[in-house]
Design a protein around this ligand. Structure first.
Ligand SMILES: Nc1nc2c(c(=O)[nH]1)N[C@H]1C(S)=C(S)[C@@H](COP(=O)(O)O)O[C@H]1N2
Ligand SMILES: [Mo]
Length: 534
């Protein structure tokens, strides 16, 4: 019994199994490489990994997506793509093993993945042509043929009985032929993949050139001068203005849209739009521009989180533009209560018309901290509405504004369980000391930021352990649309301590200690930091 099993064990041709799995992996690699090359001729977003990744993002439950944003931050997209590649690699190995038994089924499996990729590509909201299916289909065809060919080298040929020897227990396969074919395929795929990648990286050259050619005009209405003393000199405290490089980025785009400003158009239409309009970038720059400091915050920001930034924006007053189109707010009899902005990458964002037209500095921004919008922050044009979370106001790469009602249309995030309306909650954050810091006993500077955009921050208080709330020193206020920095000299005694902070906005509302999740309309609660004083 025992010996018999040993014999059959030895009869398994492990090298052949390995070669089968390797063939699957090679077929997958060749398919992706060919797809990359084809996508550079169609458009970079049409590649299977980007398309399937985009479709996955759209279908991810809100809670999982929020967790990914918390956990991986701006790297969330990289993690997703690596995850997709890992799953594909595993499936390719399995297909290779399957193909050893069923050569055609293996190849059919590869084709099936191509169909999935093609479906994802043509159903992306930004897909405008069935050609988007090509990278996945051609890639899969290449992979399927390669797998079939490699399997041909792995068919065992029975060894004839000769010279008095018994027939070999198993046939021999064409090891040399396999190695030659496999290495040729690997080399060709690498070449195609590298070429495709570099062509894709170079795509959007016209957009890059159009951005380089932008000369931002001087604002007709300059930003209020930033008062001296908006930032206490405390090391580790956020700067008052967030540089473009440090500004947080949250969006669903796996490939940053590269939009050519020269051909970009914005259409304004919908309910109650008496004079529909299509506007070019040059049209926008010819108008009177406002320069404003505005703090933007993401609804996915956890208490104490990093998704808030303050920049100096340059843009066209949105209310003026809408009024020229004949738009009236619902309070003055307008039929539309929701403004839906659409981006070139298929994002939809719904904003209350009342908020846009109530006199606040809602704008179509073209400049950020003195330069044209960076591509990652929405070049050529994005929307901004002070006081509202980004997902209900700050559409990047905007191309269309439709006036409609909240009853008749749910925007992207609302379809995914986030609130229809989301004013920014009054929040405060301790920047320093960092959690688990070990400051020396004596005076320790506690400092951070507080925001309540469009209401303004009136007071910040700090509490040590369970002691009384004591007022922090509020730095000068720039405008009520910007965050306010604060500091608090703490006479720290040795031992473990918990520092907490809370803000009060100008409506008199004190930041609540009630902890809520980010879903559906933003996290609430106090930020606390635990430190050990030496
Ligand atoms: N086209 C597009 N615009 C978008 C988003 C997006 O995913 N796609 N995300 C929104 C969200 S949730 C936020 S918080 C802000 C972030 O803007 P930023 O990346 O410039 O900081 O952009 C908003 N505009
Ligand atoms: Mo956001």
């Amino acid at each position: 019994m025992k010996t018999e099993r040993k014999a059959s064990w030895r009869r398994v041709d492990w090298w052949r199994l390995l070669a089968g799995a390797l063939s699957g992996a090679l077929a997958g690699f060749a398919a992706l490489a060919a797809a990359e090359l084809i996508s550079s001729a169609v458009r970079p977003e049409s590649g299977p990994v980007v398309a399937v990744g985009g479709a996955a993002i759209d279908r991810t439950p809100a809670a999982v997506k929020d967790w990914a944003i918390q956990r991986f931050g701006t790297d969330d997209k990289l993690v997703l793509q690596l995850g997709i590649l890992a799953v594909l690699a595993l499936l390719a190995l399995v297909l290779g093993l399957l193909a050893l038994r069923r050569r055609r089924t293996g190849s059919a499996g590869v084709l099936l993945f191509g169909v999935v990729g093609a479906l994802a590509a043509v159903t992306r909201p930004d897909s405008t042509s069935p050609l988007d299916a090509m990278p996945s289909l051609v890639g899969a065809a290449v992979g399927a043929v390669l797998l079939y060919v490699l399997m041909g080298r792995l068919i065992p040929h029975p060894v004839p009985a000769a010279a008095g020897l018994d027939p070999a227990p198993r046939g021999e396969w064409d090891r040399r032929g396999f190695l030659l074919a496999a290495s040729a395929a690997a080399a060709a795929s690498t070449g195609a993949g590298v070429l495709g990648k570099s062509l894709n990286a170079a795509s959007g050259k016209d957009a890059v050139a159009s951005r380089a050619g932008v000369v931002l005009p001087a604002p007709a209405s300059a930003a209020a001068a930033v008062p001296r003393g908006v930032r206490p000199k405390v090391p580790g405290l956020s700067s008052f203005v967030t540089s473009n490089k440090d500004f947080y980025r949250v969006d669903t785009a796996l490939v940053v849209p590269k939009v050519n400003a020269d051909t970009w158009r914005l259409r304004i239409h919908g309910k109650g739009v008496a004079r529909e309009r299509t506007i070019s970038y040059a049209d926008l720059l010819r108008r009177d521009l406002n320069e404003r400091d505005i703090t933007l915050t993401c609804v996915s920001n956890e208490v104490g989180g990093p998704y808030a930034g303050n920049a100096r924006w340059l843009g066209v007053p949105l209310a003026e533009l809408l009024e020229e189109c004949g738009v009236r707010p619902p309070s003055r009899g307008g039929p539309a209560d929701q403004l839906v902005s659409r981006s070139v990458d298929g994002m939809t964002i719904g904003t209350p018309v009342d908020d846009v037209l109530d006199g606040r500095d809602a704008m179509l921004a073209v400049g950020m901290n003195g330069e044209p919008l960076p591509f990652t922050h929405g070049f050529p044009v994005r929307m901004l509405v002070p006081g509202l979370y980004g997902y209900v106001s700050a559409c990047k790469w905007i191309k269309d504004i439709e006036l409609t009602t909240f009853d008749s249309y749910d925007s992207y995030w609302v379809k995914r369980d986030w609130a229809r309306k989301a004013p920014i909650k009054t929040q405060s954050r301790i920047d320093t000391p960092r959690p688990f810091a070990r400051p020396r006993a004596g005076t320790v500077m506690v400092a951070g930021v507080a925001w309540a955009q469009h209401r303004g921050v009136d007071k910040v208080e700090v509490r040590v352990d369970d002691g009384p709330w004591r007022p922090a020193d509020l730095a000068a206020e720039n405008t009520r649309d910007t965050w306010r920095l604060w500091s608090f000299p703490w006479q720290a005694a040795s031992g473990g301590h918990t520092l907490s902070v809370r803000a009060t906005d100008r409506t008199g509302t004190v930041q609540t200690d009630e902890r809520t999740r980010t879903i559906p309309d933003g996290a609430s609660g106090w930020h606390s930091v635990v430190v050990t004083v030496d």
